[in-house]
Design a protein around this ligand. Structure first.
Ligand SMILES: NC(=O)C1=CN([C@@H]2O[C@H](COP(=O)(O)OP(=O)(O)OC[C@H]3O[C@@H](n4cnc5c(N)ncnc54)[C@H](OP(=O)(O)O)[C@@H]3O)[C@@H](O)[C@H]2O)[C@@H](O)CC1
Ligand SMILES: [K+]
Length: 527
């Protein structure tokens, strides 16, 4: 499912208008979709309150641009369906132009009650907001530029101050006012929507933080823009959905044996960091790997095997509790029998690890996943580009900042662009973790993930993800698709754990424990 920038959305609108559909028809479709969503929300939220449609207080806030035009037309449609919305304009009636002025005239024709904000006292406006059951926000859409100007600052502040928790919902048209559609940043203040009716496609700002926190439940309104136009104007950024997951989940052959479900290797662990080896190995087993080889020190192997007898240990030479440089030949030889190798969880930081990572990048050809301490041990970015097989890096923003020599804050501001450019430049696959994880592949292919919850920011969670993606690659999923699928599954399993245990109490083990029921649910849905 495509995710667009405001500019790309505007290009879709313009092409559709200039080639076929009059602008007022597009706006009418947007308004009708918004009105239908409003009725859906009313039926869902107010069914038990026994408020009849004409008693339900609907307030529609209108800005000067086309977002306001959508709101004006939606108000008229709701009126014709038996509701009695109040329109409040942020500007003077005479400031509206073009199709927005036409929609104002239609609203007047159908006897809607219209007020201008400047003619209402702040006290009166506050009372209107407090007593509204449904507030429809059509103040600012994707056309917002910079910080809030004029009376928008005051209007948004008054709405935020006077919103009530009981019997009130806020539906944003296209995007909550104050949220930037490009990067999800806030223009000083923003309205907190319970629901958003967004036109034709997701806008990036709805899915990136902090915008995601303001958007509530998002519904895409089909307004007559052809899917081919959206595809052509988009830059290829996709939302990874459950449908994608169902398509990509490996089909397990009934005549399969353990060799057919992947011989995967995990090079992990050191003294004091046994957990990382345990979590990544256990997640790989629970994601369907036929054989999980844990390549590690004797001490780590002994501890992990005592908790997880399903692993096959391969003990490496060690020094002071860490894998030694002298283990390199053994690792290279052992890797020749594997389908995929994951390197990094809990390895610790040492000169030996740097030497090993460099040598693996220069000599191996199999799908290679580098995570955590493995990423910190990369010394030359050119080694990544020169890798002879498929490569996947799975950094969190801190590891990525260290790798590419940038500040975490700069990365967060442009996480999509930076991830995509890096993956293209070094011809690899990348999972840039965080809220709204980006999965970037070669040639600018990219997914944005929306599953997961804050409880997953916990020790061992990243190691679990490494185990999941390793197992999927071992079962034949392509590295890029396995990366996106793993992030999606990891997030869903985390969400399910949090539902049972809360975000506070969620642990890495809980994520793994929830993989089984998630696979069961997806298996049933794919039938
Ligand atoms: N194109 C189409 O056919 C379709 C478009 N559609 C709809 O149109 C929306 C986009 O419409 P849009 O481009 O008119 O922009 P919009 O979001 O209404 O804002 C522009 C207004 O905001 C103002 N303004 C800007 N920044 C501001 C700030 N910081 N603080 C205060 N004011 C600020 C700006 O003021 P100005 O700069 O002119 O002074 C101008 O008046 C889109 O979200 C969707 O809902 C759908 O109907 C489908 C068909
Ligand atoms: K809006």
């Amino acid at each position: 499912m495509n995710i667009l920038t405001p500019q790309q959305m505007s290009a879709c609108d313009q092409e559709t208008i200039s080639t076929a559909v009059p602008e007022i028809l597009l706006m009418e479709a947007a308004a009708r979709g918004t009105a239908e969503y409003a009725v859906e929300i009313i039926n869902k939220e107010f069914a038990d309150c026994s408020i009849s449609p004409n008693k339900l207080k609907i307030t529609i806030l209108i800005g000067k641009g086309n977002n306001g035009g959508d709101g004006l037309a939606a108000a008229r449609i709701l009126k014709n369906w038996g509701y009695d919305p109040l329109i409040i304009l942020a500007c003077a009636q005479s400031d509206l132009t073009g199709i927005n002025q036409e929609n104002l005239a239609l609203a007047k024709y159908y006897d809607l009650l219209i007020k201008e904000f400047s003619q209402i006292s702040a006290e009166n406006f506050s009372e209107i907001i407090q007593s509204s059951n449904l507030i429809i926000d059509a103040l600012l859409g994707t056309g917002i530029k910079g910080k809030l100007r004029g009376n928008f600052k005051q209007i948004i502040a008054l709405i935020n101050k006077n919103r009530t928790k009981q019997n009130q919902q806020l539906l944003a048209v296209d995007i909550p006012s104050g949220i930037n559609g490009f990067d999800g940043s806030i223009a000083g203040q923003a309205l907190q929507a319970d629901y958003t009716a967004t036109m034709a496609a997701y806008k990036r700002g709805l899915l990136l933080y902090p915008g995601r926190d303001y958007s509530g439940q998002i519904k895409i309104i089909e307004i007559g823009i052809k899917p081919t136009t959206i595809k052509q104007k988009s830059d290829g950024l996709q939302l990874f959905t459950e449908n994608d997951a169902l398509k990509l989940l490996p089909r397990r052959r009934n005549d399969g044996h353990k060799g057919s479900f992947g011989k995967v290797g995990i090079l992990a662990g050191s003294v004091g960091m046994t957990g990382a080896a345990y979590f990544s190995s256990r997640a790989a087993i629970k994601t369907g790997s036929g054989l999980v080889y844990l390549l590690t020190t004797a001490e780590v192997e002994q501890t992990v095997a005592s908790q997880l007898p399903e692993i096959v240990g391969h003990i490496l030479k060690a020094k002071s509790g860490h894998i030694a440089e002298t283990a390199l030949t053994d690792i290279l030889e052992f890797s020749s029998q594997l389908d995929v190798l994951a390197v990094g969880p809990g390895l610790g930081q040492s000169k030996a690890i740097k030497e090993i990572i460099t040598a693996l990048l220069k000599n191996l050809k199999l799908p290679l996943i580098i995570d955590a301490d493995g990423i910190n041990a990369i010394t030359d970015l050119n080694d990544l580009r020169d890798y002879q097989g498929e490569l996947l890096l799975t950094p969190h923003p801190g590891e990525f900042a260290h790798l590419i020599g940038k500040d975490i804050a700069d990365i967060e501001k442009q996480r999509i662009e930076i991830a995509r450019n890096f993956a293209s430049q070094y011809n690899l696959n990348l999972i840039l973790k965080g809220a709204a994880t980006v999965i970037a592949g070669k040639n600018q292919t990219a997914f944005l993930n929306q599953t997961g919850c804050n409880g997953m920011a916990t020790a061992g969670s990243g190691d679990v993800l490494t185990g999941i993606v390793t197992a999927l690659i071992g079962q034949g999923v392509s590295v890029f698709e396995a990366a996106a699928l793993a992030v999606y599954l990891h997030g869903r399993a985390g969400e399910n754990s949090a539902l049972k245990l809360s975000d506070f109490s969620l642990t890495a083990s809980n994520i793994i424990d929830n993989l089984g029921s998630l696979f069961k649910k997806l298996e049933i849905e794919s039938c």
